[in-house]
Every structure is written in C-alpha cells, then in structure tokens.
Design a protein around this ligand. Structure first.
Ligand code: NIG
Ligand code: FE
Length: 408
C-alpha cells in the first residue's frame, strides 16, 4: 500500500475545530492551523497530521514530497450548480438593469423556460462539451467535488438525457473530481401544463422513479416558490424520494418566505438552499435540525436581491454552507472561492465559517461525512495553494493560487 508523506507546508488548515463542533457556532480558532505542517495518508484515508518536526517513524512511507511554498486546505466543494445548459440569458441581465424583475421576466416567457428551449435544441455532444468545459474550469479554482442539477429540459426523455450527461461527466472525471447528480425536474412549469400539480404527476414523479431505479441520481431538488411549486407538490416529491431512498434538497425561501426552511427541516431535507427571505422561525427550525442551510451569495448579487441574513443563521446555530448556484439566469458565475470572499464581509462571517462553508458544511450538504477537513480517518482530498498564508486566498480577490495536478 502506498503511504505518502507531504511535509513542510507553510500552513495546514485542518478545520479540526470545525469537525469537533460539527460545523456550528464557529470561532476563527476552529480552523486549527498547523504551521510547518505535514500529513501522512494512504489512497483511502488520512493517517496522521501534525508538525513537520514531529513526523512519527511508525509509518512505512513510500513517497515523500516537500511543499515549502504552499498552504494545504481540505478540498473545496460546490454543493449547488445548474451547469448543464444551452444558450445564455445575457438579454435578461440587461433587462434587469433596466428595471425588470427576475419573476416578471419569467412571466413574460423568459427565465428557466427560455433556457429549456435552448437546451433541448442541442445535440448530446454539444451539451456534454459545454458542461465539460464548465466543470474543467471550476476544477481550476480548486473545486474537487461538485453537485450538478438537471432541470433545463422539463420532459421525461430530456431530464433522463441530462442525468446521462451528468453520469458521463462523473465517469470522465472520477476519481480526481467527485460529481453528484441532482434531479430537478421540478424546476419550472413548462407552458403546456395548466398547473404545477399536473406537471409533477406527469413528469417529475415518473422521472424520479425511473432515475432512482437506474441509479442515475444522488439527490432530488424542487423550486418551492410562489409561481413555481407549492407545498402540495413538495410533499409529493418528498414522499416519493423518501420511499426511493433519494435525499431531498430544496430551493427554499428564495424570493418569498414560503415556510420553506421549516418544511425542509420537517421533511429531513439534506439541505435548504437560497434562504434570502427566511424568517426567524425558519432559522430556528434549521438550527435545530440536521438540514444544511446553503447560501448562494452570487444569486442575490446577480439578481440585485441582496444577501441572506447569514449572521443570524450562524448565531442561531445552523450548519451553513456556501455554494455558487452557477446557472445561466440567476448567477452566471462559477468561482465559489471568489464568491465566498466577496460575500464574507457582508455576511459578517469569520474565516472558519467561510472555509467550513465551502468544505466541511458543503460536504454535509452532499451527505459526505468524511470530507471537508484534514484529520485522521477523513478522505485524502485536499486543495493546495502556492501562497504564504491561507488568508491571502480570500484577500486577493480575482487571483487564483490553486495548484493543480499534484500527483501522489
Ligand atoms: O437557483 N431558483 C431556481 N433555479 C435557479 C435559477 C435558474 C435560472 O434562472 O435559470 C436558481 O436561482
Ligand atoms: Fe439553484
């Protein structure tokens, strides 16, 4: 068995304090930084981490590498993207700057349904190539695990096609990148359906059953929002997902307080995402549950709808993750590290909260219990930056110090 020693890092940011508190109520010291750090790991797991001066002799090291100009952090995880899509919505961005709201644009026939028609016109090859290039680019920022949602086809065959494209991406990038597929057939109501309920019955539920049996999906998601899908639709999706053993995610309380956070906690959703309009009662529900509160700062900024009340959620004791929401309509931006850096001052997050948000807590939003920290027994999945101090990663907006292709 190969046993690797990496040593002399300027810092190893282990997040061991974050693990000890299970990602909640974090202080900056929970980053648990080891100066002049070293780590020993096999292909399967981390075996030891500590100071380079104290490397134990008990391990039969088969390879040693020195990284005296680098900082080591856990792998960065983007737990919410919609990156399989065709076309673009630049005209909608321009419309919004002229004063037309996102929901108004959708009512006029734009929005998600616009992307649906552009996506459905593309060949499998073209759609795969577009998504492939987007995944490749995200990996260059240090993202090692990412979730991708379907939801830009909105018919049974088309949603199956999107799941298969995501499966192709999984196959291409594994094990360097871990990719998770979320079925989000309940993303918008196509024009030919009179109401959400008939679309749920005719498309969203049948495709969920098919894709779960084909083992092509890891999660199911629903846009629980006025004008999209209501409590009744949510409960149908939740009942079937629970019967099929597919964890539920929710787009919750994005534009209105729809009691989405409360429902997410009640339905044991693995995450409730967006939460721009979450109420204090919703915050309490999440804080008392295992449901991860995933904030998507890029979306509020891109749409001009402000930012979620991160500080109140964190203070309530919620487990908060950050993700990009990369998609053509509400956040056409893919760099999670940059988004987290730009949002943190307004969110009033300390650096442990920021890094937990894109590592340990993001892992929880994907059901990964041994990812997102550098500690014994966790997976050896890291992000390495050629920089003197980890603080520079978030301080130097627009720069990318991530080191790719470190072989072991
Ligand atoms: O997460 N809210 C719903 N879905 C996406 C928007 C998708 C789109 O506008 O194309 C979101 O913001
Ligand atoms: Fe989204």
């Amino acid at each position: 068995m190969a046993i690797n020693l990496w040593k002399n890092f300027k810092q190893i940011v282990t997040l061991q304090g974050v693990v000890a508190k299970d990602g909640r109520k974090l202080n900056a010291s929970d980053l648990s930084i080891i100066p002049d750090g070293a780590v020993i790991f096999s292909d399967e797991k981390i075996l030891w981490v500590g100071s380079s001066a104290n490397v134990p002799s008990a391990f039969e090291i088969t390879s040693t590498q020195t990284f005296s100009e680098h900082v080591l952090l856990p792998e960065i995880i983007d737990s919410h993207t919609h990156l399989v899509f065709g076309g673009d919505r630049s005209h909608e961005y321009a419309q919004r700057l002229n004063g037309v709201d996102y929901q108004e644009i959708a009512k006029q026939g734009g929005g998600i349904n616009h992307t649906v028609s552009e996506t459905n016109q593309l060949s499998n090859e073209d759609l795969f190539d577009l998504a492939d290039r987007r995944v490749q680019k995200m990996s260059e920022y240090g993202i090692g695990t990412l979730e991708i949602k379907t939801g830009y086809s909105l018919n049974i065959e088309g949603e199956i096609r999107l799941c298969k494209i995501i499966q192709q991406l999984k196959n291409k990038y594994s094990p360097r990148l871990r990719i998770f597929c979320t079925l989000m057939a309940a993303h918008a109501i196509p024009h030919q359906y009179s109401d959400s309920s008939s679309y749920i019955d005719k498309v969203a539920l049948p495709v969920l059953e098919l894709m779960a049996h084909a083992s092509l999906i890891d999660f199911v998601d629903i846009f629980h929002e006025r004008g999209y899908f209501n409590d009744h639709d949510l409960k149908k999706i939740a009942a079937m997902s629970s019967a099929l053993g597919i964890p539920l995610k929710m787009h919750a309380d994005e534009f209105n307080d729809n009691c989405g956070a409360f429902l997410a906690a009640q339905l044991h959703a693995i995450s409730a995402d967006h939460l721009l309009k979450i109420s204090s009662a919703g915050m309490q529900s999440l804080a008392q549950s295992k449901t991860v509160a995933t904030l998507l700062p890029g979306t509020g900024l891109f749409l001009g709808k402000g930012l979620a009340n991160a500080r109140a959620l964190l203070d309530a004791g919620a487990k908060v993750a950050l993700a990009s929401d990369f998609n053509p309509g509400s956040c056409h931006y893919d760099n999670l590290v940059m988004l987290a850096s730009m949002a943190a001052p307004s969110y009033k997050m300390n650096l442990a909260e920021l890094w937990a948000g894109i590592t340990y807590n993001a892992a929880a939003a994907l059901g990964l219990s041994t990812s997102g920290a550098i500690t014994v027994g966790f997976l050896p999945r890291f992000s390495m930056f050629k920089i003197n101090s980890f603080e520079h990663i978030t301080y130097e907006w627009g720069k990318n110090y991530f080191v790719q292709d470190v072989r072991y």
